[in-house]
Design a protein around this ligand. Sequence first.
Ligand SMILES: [Zn+2]
Length: 297
Amino acid sequence: MPLPWLEPLYQRLAQSYSQQRFHHAQLFNGDIGVGKRELVDMLADALLCSNAHNLIACGKCKSCQLNRANTHPDKRVVKAEGQTIGVDEVREITDFINHSSAQNGNKVVVLEHSHKMTTAAANALLKTLEEPSLNRYLLLTCEQLALLPATILSRCAVHEVKVNPSLAKKWLGEFNIPHYSWLELFVEQPMLIEHWYNEKQLDSIDSLYKFATELKDSDNFSALVEILSKDSTLINVFVLFLTEHLKEKLVLGMDFFSYQKAQQAIAEFLYNSSHVLGLNMSLAISKLAFSLRESQN
Ligand SMILES: [Zn+2]
């Protein structure tokens, strides 16, 4: 079954499939951690299954076995390993689509992080989208619709993937996740929480939260630097904590000019950490702490 908050969307997709209105290119847009990957994986399995019911794979046929082993010759997954998805990766997709299927059925391409396609890659993909072929499906995920050209969007069925917080909370309740006050900030990204839980990262993130609230008063950042250097995706989390803490201070009476200055320092830190190659994290954090101190004196 799909994740609980994805059920209405999944039912709509299943209905369109049974009525033969299922678009050959489906684009799923939404924040990190809403369950886009789980959704497209489930769809891909169903499209390849020889005995699917209501667009749910049977789990038993040859195709399902191949999918479970991640070795289905009629499925291709492309995702951004680095910052971008280039034209060569998209050409591979086109080649794959153009060849006949191994199992004499559907062929499915999953293209994750499609917002990371370069302009050349997007142009190459456009050709495939313009000339749809029978039994070929393209499932795209995207985190920022605005980064994709309108020409691509107009050739896909675009879906917003949203999380119902109460369903997500109920679903997360099945895990034994310890309580942290900041978890509330991520309740609409339940797969992110699940990922941190599985990877045993919740304690590190709790430390990030504490660092964010005490940053301007501390001078030893080595533990913080270690956490951020190990997993750069946590920089965004740290920045979110800093921003939330600042908002709280504004409510508690911080003057707006200081607020703006502090916010600027945080924005600069975020920009540098994603744009400066070989950034000295220790130095960047010291600088940020200094700016926060300055702005609040
Ligand atoms: Zn099956």
